[in-house]
Write a protein that binds this ligand. Sequence first.
Ligand SMILES: [Zn+2]
Length: 391
Amino acid sequence: MKTTFTASCLYTPTEEIPHPLLMVEDGRITEIASRSGKEVPGNAVLVDFGDAVLAPGFLDIHMHGGAGLDVMQAAPSDMPRLGQFLATHGVVGYFPTTVTASLDATCAALERLADAIEAEETRGATNGGPVQAQALGIHLEGPFLSHKRRGVHPPDLLVAPTVEVFERFWQAARGHVSMMTIAPELPGAMEVIAEAARRHVLVSIGHSDADMATAQNAVNAGARHATHTFNAMRPLDHRDPGILGEVLGDDRLSAEIIADGIHVSPPVVKLFLRAKGIERAVLITDSISATGMPDGRYQLGPIQVDVKDGTCTSNGSLAGSVLTLDRAVRNVTQFGCWSLKDAVRAATLNPARAVGLSGNRGVLACGAEADFNVLTRTGEVVKTIVRGRGF
Ligand SMILES: [Zn+2]
């Protein structure tokens, strides 16, 4: 089926096209043009979203759950429910993220997640059922983390990085590990960073107490990203900058931020956005199963988390968030005074580039997946279209 979508403007997201025509066939974008220079094709259905904005669907590369489901516990048959919840917040693709657990529990979770990813690849081809975000790959957040900066990750389950343990995870996940967070100062870390990078895993430095030289060595070994900048990281000292000096100053690194106004204060989010700029800032949620649910007690992998008034804690430490990515985008327009177009870019093209998917995801371009959001001018999600469906 051919469908043509129009609205008041479209973000690619590097460019803004006024009065756009977005043409879709068999779930892919076949053409993008401006109405002024192009007739609506006579054989296509025209869907007009009036004064709304068309923008790529959001990608969340760091999330642990939502809608009551924890990605380490959920059965593959439950994952579509999580995907449907995410789509209501504009997310079209996500990277289920593990937390530190026992090696056996981690491997069991990785196998289930690999099952879910492969099931969705198959389902995608059949094009049926309700619109939902797709799990695209796995983000391994533990267990190669610093004891000092572990946050709520269980201390007795942290493990020194070795290629052998990484290989065990890789096999359990059947190669679906797309991202790995690692503290570069741990003995053995550089070898694991180099090996993961060689397998095209996005290596992200974080949960770390590293000094600046060690962080630089990690980047030289292949690290290209930073995990929830400022959180679970040695703080910036102006005479001893540490890992943050490297994360904020090195253009080889993209970097995540949890823009909920709780994990990082809004003025510091603004500083971060200036440092990493519109090309390298990546919005994530770090959301847990409680997202979209009432206050109460929830699981984050093996960790019990109490959620009250939008704050998630475990024994007094912050433990993930209940942030949604559409909210993060809107927050960035306020905290950083960024345009909606630039804020959208930090939740679409930038994460796609970081994980190596920028050809056909996170952008509206000819040949890309027809996964897009219909947004109000202030960034509220009106509709989420996945593979040309859902309008
Ligand atoms: Zn996390």
